[in-house]
Design a protein around this ligand. Sequence first.
Ligand code: HEM
Length: 519
Amino acid sequence: MFQDTSPVIFGLSGGLAVLSLYLITQNLRKRSLPPGPRGLPIVGNMFDMPKDYEWEHWAKHKDLYGPISTVNVLSTRVIIINDLQTAIDLLETKSSIYSNRPTFPFAGEFIGWNRQMILSQYDDRFRLMRKYVKAYIGTKSAIVPHKPVQEIETKYFLARILENPSSVIENIRRSAGSIFLKLSHGYTIDTSGPDTLVELVENASKEFHTATLPGEWLIDSIPWMRYLPKWWPGQHFKKIGSVFREHNFEQAIRPVDFVKRQMEKGIEVPSFTSTMLRQGLNEYEEDVVQWGANSLYGGGTDTTTAALTTFVLAMVLNPDVQKKAQEELDSIIGHGRLPSLDDRSRLPYMEALLNEVHRYHPIGPMGIPHCVTQDDYYNGMLIPKDSIVLVNLWLIAHNPDIYPNPNKFDPGRFYNTDKPQLDPQTFVFGFGRRACPGKELANANMFLLMSMMLSVFDITKAKDANGVEITPKIEFGSGTVSHAKPFPFVIRPRSADTEALVSTIFEDYPPPPTNARDL
Ligand code: HEM
């Protein structure tokens, strides 16, 4: 007896046809991706990922594969963009689909950093947060009321340097932190020793750095691991992650509670948080404000410190540039006062110097990853949905077609010339709907600190035990925000007059008492 096998055969051949079609489609999709190095089965290019100088590693892709390339890490597709036009075509022109962030299962979802703006998914909550933050710091007119805070804190910076010339970089960070905590929560930090709130936020930032290290956390590659029981092998991330999560929430909640208490007593210093809370927000909006406020310190302090450290390094290595900047400052400001933000339009060389600092080493050399929300085609190539998109900002800043002799630190590119080179601010602050909302504030802070510092101090090479000048090496660290590695230098007042100008700052503007005890 023969059974009728045709349904089985039809079923089998139908299944095979669907499978073949699937495989062919997958193969075609793979072939139409931007080019890139071949990877190993399953893990893909995981072992090719750079550990440091990422920007130089990805720059090689431009010669090998052209302006846009692909690598795969396990199931994650990463698209590398190595030129400006491609970045603009995708992240600016098509920003409606290129404005998401990768999910970061460990740092974002487990620890809760996705509540901050920087790792937020591109959704309604994010758009509301950005709207609030942009209204407070996002435009030239929005930052005008913040001038007094920026100016007084930068004056304190000068006074601290005079007292302790060996702690310049530490004090740049302290000054940036003071400004952002004043603006975000009306909080005055303790400058006599470690400050509780600064320690909280700095510690959380360090943990953020650890939690976002590529390839460090298995949960980032296998997100469902978080649902396995604690006794399962490889679950140590849960213990560490829980501690990091507690710190992350504490740094966001404690300063807002502080503002509320100050408001109840009617003694709050106006800030982003108090201004927003005064509007009578619902619980959801209050949560958005809490994390938006946290984004000001989180987004501003490390970035500003990194950029200003590059400035100091450039001054040590380029005394001719320093001299020219000081000549401009002397001719416009004179010796009897310090420069202010109102002088900005009359100091074009200082403005060019600011731009050259941004260009010479963009502090976020690979930007912050974007993520595309739907399949897209670019010049016939497929950019699949959920791909991570990285832009090599460093390579754009070092493209000799845009910036001839790119390794030379030369503000002359942007100064007193009929053909100024491309303004680096068109790209160092990122692109489209995720572009940095702190750009205007960052520029104002940097401009002020650079101008005040050069008008009263000389920054020079240190000497070794034999009196021979030490030329610092130009070396930068890796990570999302890239800092110049520690280097020796000397800072001293330019003259007895400038020393006198700085020495009376604490007397002329007595610092308010710290809020550390009110936290
Ligand atoms: C030298 C100074 C700075 C530079 C070069 C810089 C650069 C950047 C870059 C490249 C991005 C990513 C943009 C993108 O994804 O396309 C970014 C994002 C961001 N920056 Fe800045 N930044 C600086 C200072 C600041 C300051 C002072 C603040 C706040 C006070 C700030 C707050 C933020 C925030 C909140 C984001 C996340 C935006 C989002 O995800 O939508 N930044 N910044």
